[in-house]
Design a protein around this ligand. Structure first.
Ligand code: GFB
Length: 319
């Protein structure tokens, strides 16, 4: 439907886990990938973004830039998550429209849905109930992004679309224990416990919440698929179709990393939403499905963590 051949595609947020995966994926398309240097373009500043878009003249934009973080960061820095994300969105959508960029793919998150949405969660569940309190700030910003895409489509006929990925993981993830999502945190904790010969590693919360995971490269593949094949107002879920309790995930991570100690629970930390398994039926019916199995993806991500840890001189072996 939308031929990428010869097109100039700006990937906003190209240094992040998803943005860098989209850049890798677009390398096999016959298009020109544009990126903006952080020192030159502050995506929260409308004037910077207007100037960049006017100079770079993209045909399409993939808006993968966002202030992101795990449950604790979301809960601790509500203003940053709401305000920075709203600013990025208004800057990029505004600059796209002003400069006549007619195609834009906005990236959201599964936390846009009500805390207790029926599972698996269909696209139609949006705005049918109260949000999960720990990440409502980020969720509101992402809902605003969906609405911006729909509003520019309705009022100005712009071909702006939105994709809602489930919880993502992969190379380039954030492994900082205070701000990361659960999988990178578990990889790091299991690794450090193994290296230290510690008897235990700690999991936040009760271990009972269920989460669905998708590898960033699968997500990027789905995004490029949507960019090429989808044009409608409704946002589209992007998931793997499988979820499991956090405690089981922790056990799988320990197996991959080779940590044989015990897992203990820190119940002072929040659980967040009890479950968020997406219904990705619309995307699958269009012909897309994920390829990377969780265990294989985790092993590759652990390898990536070890190689980047070596560069930062984090201990990687017990010697
Ligand atoms: O990935 P995560 O931080 O975010 O946490 P959410 C998922 C689950 O893993 C929660 C538990 O139940 C956590 O309590 N968990 C266990 C841990 N141990 C750890 C740990 O060491 N670190 C972390 N981070 N979690 C995020 C939202 O929600 O999901 C974002 O806050 C975004 O806004 C993202 O939507 C996709 O899945 O709860």
């Amino acid at each position: 439907m939308y031929d990428l051949k010869g097109k100039r595609i700006w990937v906003a947020g190209h240094r992040g886990m998803v943005g860098s995966a989209v850049v890798r994926r677009l390398a096999s398309e016959n298009c020109t990938v544009l990126t903006a240097k952080r020192q030159e373009v502050d995506l929260t500043r409308q004037a910077d973004v207007e100037r960049f878009v006017a100079d770079a003249r993209p045909d399409a934009i993939v808006l993968a830039a966002a202030k992101v973080g795990g449950i604790l960061a979301n809960d601790t820095y509500p203003a940053d998550f709401l305000y920075e994300n709203l600013r990025i969105e208004t800057s990029v959508f505004g600059a796209a429209h002003t400069n006549d960029v007619d195609r834009l793919l906005f990236l959201g998150s599964s936390c846009i849905y009500p805390r207790l949405a029926p599972q698996p969660i269909e696209e139609e569940a949006l705005l049918t109930g109260p949000l999960e309190p720990t990440n409502q700030w980020y969720a509101i910003a992402k809902i605003a992004g969906i609405k911006l895409a729909q509003a520019f489509r309705k009022q100005h006929g712009r071909d702006y679309i939105s994709a809602m990925p489930t919880n993502l993981y992969g190379p380039g993830d954030n492994f900082d224990l205070n701000s990361s999502h659960v999988l990178p945190a578990l990889i790091r904790k299991a690794h450090e416990a193994k290296v230290a010969g510690a008897p235990t590693m700690t999991l936040w919360g009760t271990g009972t919440p269920r989460r669905e995971f998708l590898h960033a490269d699968d997500c990027a593949d789905a995004l490029v698929f949507l960019l090429k094949n989808y044009s409608d107002a409704s946002h589209v879920n992007v998931g793997s179709g499988e979820d499991s309790p956090i405690l089981e995930l922790a056990q799988l991570v320990c197996e991959v990393v080779g940590f044989e100690g015990e897992i203990t629970l820190d119940r002072s930390k929040p659980d967040g939403t009890p479950r968020k398994l997406m219904d990705s039926g619309i995307l699958q019916a269009m012909g897309w499905s994920p390829r990377i199995l969780l265990k294989e993806g985790l092993a590759a991500t652990y390898e990536w963590y070890l190689s980047s840890a070596r560069q930062e001189e984090i201990p990687v072996s017990a010697t």
